[in-house]
Design a protein around this ligand. Structure first.
Ligand SMILES: Cc1cc2nc3c(=O)[nH]c(=O)nc-3n(C[C@H](O)[C@H](O)[C@H](O)COP(=O)(O)OP(=O)(O)OC[C@H]3O[C@@H](n4cnc5c(N)ncnc54)[C@H](O)[C@@H]3O)c2cc1C
Length: 507
C-alpha cells in the first residue's frame, strides 16, 4: 500500500518516548523544532502520491498491489539507477527519501547476510527478513537504520571495553519468544519521524567473545524501553524567521537521535542475526556499500544547491564575468558533476552480491563518489565563501529586514548588481551562511561513514594485482602473465619489426 500523508502523520501518534532540550516531547508533529523533520519526512509520502512522481516511486508487489519502490531489493543495474533517481528527486524536494534512506539500505544488508547465513549455517533468516519486508511494503512503514554504536573507547573491541559492556548494542537475554537487547545507537537520522528502525552492528567481529554484539533486528520506535534523545536543533526560531534566516536548516532541521535500548524485548520474528559473529562483517559492509550510493546521490542534489548558491552570489554581486570567479565556478560545477557521475557509474557498473541474487553498487565508484564529495567539501566551502564576500557573515536577519525604520537603509546600501533585488541578495547570502556553518560541514564529512571508512574500502577493494601486473609488464618483471587483464597482452618486447635504426643520428 501507499499511505497518504495524513495516514503517515497519524501513525506518529503512537506513544513513543522522545526527548529534546531536556523536555519530554508530547507530540513530535507539533514540537516547534522537531516539526521540521516531520515535514521533511512527510515528503516520503507526498512524492509517491503525486502523479508526476508516481511511476518513479511506486511499483507493484506480487499481489499486484502498489508499494514503494524503495522497499524492493535491487536485482539489476536498472533497479539501482531508479533508486538513485528516487534519492536525487527526494533530496531536490528537500525530503522525499528522508525516512527510507537509512532503513532500506539496512534492509538490503539484512537480505545479503541472511542469504549467506542460511546457506552456510542452515538458519532461516531469509524467511524472517522477507516477511518483514512484506510487512513494510504492505503497511508502507517509514524505517530508519541505526548502525552507529556509541562505541566507547575506539581502540577497544566491544567485549573488551573497560567502563561497561554496553557501548555496542548487545543481547542480554535469550528467551523462548525473543531476545532482550541493551545499548545505544547514536547520530541516527530522521528518527522522530520514522515508525520503525532496523538495527545492525557497526563493525566486524573477531571471535566468539563478540557474539552477543553480532545482532541485527527491527523494532517499532514506540516499543517499551526505546528512548529517543533528539539533538539540539540548529536554531530555535519561529517558522517564518527560520525560513528566511536559515533556509536549508529550517527545511530540514537536524534531528538525529541517540536511541537508547533499555532492555528492550524483540520477538524472534524480528531478529535477523543473533550470535553469528562471522557474518557481522558481511552485514556491515553490505550496508556501507548500499549507503554510499544513497550518500553520493544525496550529495549530488545538495551540491547542485551549493554550486547554485555560489553562482547566484556571483551574479548578485556583479562579478560573474571575472576570470578568477569563472574558474572557481567551473571547479564547483566539475565537483558537482564528478560526484553525480561517479554515483551513476556505481549503479551502471554494479556488482552481484555473492551468494545472493541481489546487486550492490560498484564498491570502488561508490566509495570514490563519497570520498570525492567529503574530501573536497571544505575546499568548495572556501570557494563559495570567497565568491560571496563578507555578506554571509554579517547579513541582516529577518527581524531587521522587516523593521520599517531600518529596512530602507538595508535596501539601499546592501544592493549590488542592478539585475537583482536587495531582498534576493540577502536571501542568497542567508543560504550561504546556513550552508557554510559548522553543522553541515561536519555532517557531510561524517554522514554515511568517515573518510577512513572509504579509504579502507578503496585499499581492500582495489585491484592491486592488476595495477602491479601493469607495472611489472612495463618493467620486464616476471609475474604479469597470470593477470586476467595484462596476461592477454603480448610480451612487452618490441613487437612491431621496423627496418634497422639509422645510426647516423647523434643521440
Ligand atoms: C549528521 C549525521 C547523521 C548521521 N546519521 C546516521 C544514521 O542515520 N544512522 C547511523 O547509523 N549513523 C549515522 N551517522 C553516523 C556516522 O556514520 C558516524 O558519525 C561515522 O561513521 C563516524 O563515527 P563516529 O561519529 O562514532 O566517529 P568516530 O568513530 O569517533 O570517528 C572519529 C575519528 O576516529 C577514527 N577512528 C575511530 N575508530 C577507529 C579505529 N578503531 N581505528 C582507527 N581510527 C578510528 C575515525 O576514522 C575518525 O577519523 C550520522 C552522522 C552524522 C554526523
Amino acid at each position: 500500500m501507499i499511505r497518504t500523508v495524513e495516514q503517515y502523520l497519524k501513525s506518529l501518534d503512537d506513544g513513543r518516548e522522545v526527548w529534546c532540550l531536556g523536555e519530554k516531547v508530547r507530540d513530535v508533529r507539533v514540537h516547534p523544532t522537531i516539526q521540521s523533520i516531520i515535514r521533511a519526512s512527510a515528503m516520503d509520502y507526498v512524492l509517491p502520491n503525486d502523479p508526476k512522481f508516481h511511476d518513479l516511486f511506486v511499483t507493484k508487489d506480487e499481489d499486484g498491489e502498489d508499494i514503494n519502490f524503495l522497499l524492493v531489493a535491487p536485482r539489476s543495474s536498472a533497479d539501482l539507477l531508479r533508486r538513485r533517481e528516487c534519492f536525487i528527486t527526494g533530496m531536490r524536494s528537500l525530503g522525499g527519501i528522508v525516512l527510507h534512506c537509512m532503513g532500506i539500505d539496512a534492509l538490503a544488508a539484512c537480505t545479503v547476510a541472511a542469504t549467506r547465513m542460511d546457506k552456510q549455517l542452515g538458519t532461516h533468516y531469509v524467511d524472517r527478513v522477507e516477511a518483514y519486508r512484506k510487512y513494510l511494503q504492505k503497511q508502507d512503514v517509514g524505517i530508519t537504520g541505526a548502525i552507529t554504536d556509541v562505541k566507547g573507547d575506539r581502540s577497544l573491541r566491544a567485549s573488551k571495553q573497560v567502563q561497561h559492556k554496553d557501548f555496542y548494542v548487545r543481547v542480554v537475554d535469550r528467551k523462548k519468544d525473543g531476545i532482550v537487547v541493551r545499548g545505544a545507537k547514536v547520530h541516527i537520522s530522521a528518527t522522530p519521524g520514522a515508525n520503525e528502525a532496523i538495527i545492525l552492528p557497526c563493525r566486524a567481529h573477531a571471535d566468539e567473545a563478540e557474539k552477543d554484539y553480532a545482532l541485527a533486528f527491527a523494532i517499532p520506535l514506540n516499543a517499551r524501553g526505546v528512548k529517543l534523545l533528539a539533538v539540539e536543533p540548529t536554531m530555535r526560531l519561529t517558522e517564518e524567521e527560520a525560513y528566511w534566516d536559515y533556509p536549508i536548516s529550517a527545511a530540514c532541521q537536524p534531528t538525529e537521535c541517540m536511541i537508547v535500548f533499555d532492555d528492550v524485548f524483540v520477538p524472534w520474528e524480528r531478529v535477523f542475526m543473533c550470535g553469528e559473529w562471522q557474518f557481522s562483517r558481511d552485514i556491515t559492509y553490505a550496508f556501507a556499500i548500499f549507503h554510499r550510493l544513497f550518500g553520493s546521490s544525496r550529495m549530488s542534489a545538495e551540491l547542485e544547491t551549493l554550486t547554485g548558491s555560489a553562482a547566484l552570489m556571483a551574479e548578485y554581486n556583479g562579478i560573474e564575468k571575472y576570470e578568477h570567479i569563472r574558474n572557481k565556478l567551473a571547479w564547483l560545477a566539475m565537483y558537482t558533476e564528478s560526484v553525480a557521475g561517479l554515483s551513476k557509474l556505481a549503479c551502471i557498473d554494479c556488482e552481484s552480491a555473492p551468494g545472493t541474487d541481489l546487486v550492490v553498487p560498484n564498491r570502488m565508484y561508490a566509495n570514490i563518489a563519497k570520498f570525492t564529495f567529503a574530501e573536497n567539501l571544505h575546499h568548495a566551502m572556501k570557494l563559495i565563501q570567497d565568491i560571496s564576500g563578507g555578506i554571509p557573515a554579517t547579513v541582516p536577519a529577518y527581524k531587521d529586514w522587516n523593521n520599517p525604520e531600518i529596512r530602507p537603509y538595508i535596501e539601499k546600501y546592501l544592493a549590488a548588481s542592478a539585475g537583482a533585488t536587495t531582498e534576493d541578495r540577502l536571501k542568497a547570502s542567508r543560504l550561504v551562511k546556513d550552508y557554510c556553518s559548522s553543522y553541515h560541514q561536519v555532517a557531510n564529512i561524517h554522514g554515511e561513514g568517515s573518510l577512513a571508512a572509504q579509504t579502507m574500502f578503496l585499499y581492500f577493494g582495489a585491484n592491486w594485482g592488476k595495477y602491479k601486473a601493469a607495472a611489472k609488464r612495463v618493467a620486464h618483471i616476471k609475474g604479469w602473465q597470470e593477470d586476467p587483464v595484462y596476461g592477454h597482452l603480448p610480451e612487452p618486447e618490441i613487437v612491431v619489426k621496423l627496418p634497422p635504426v639509422d645510426k647516423s643520428y647523434k643521440l
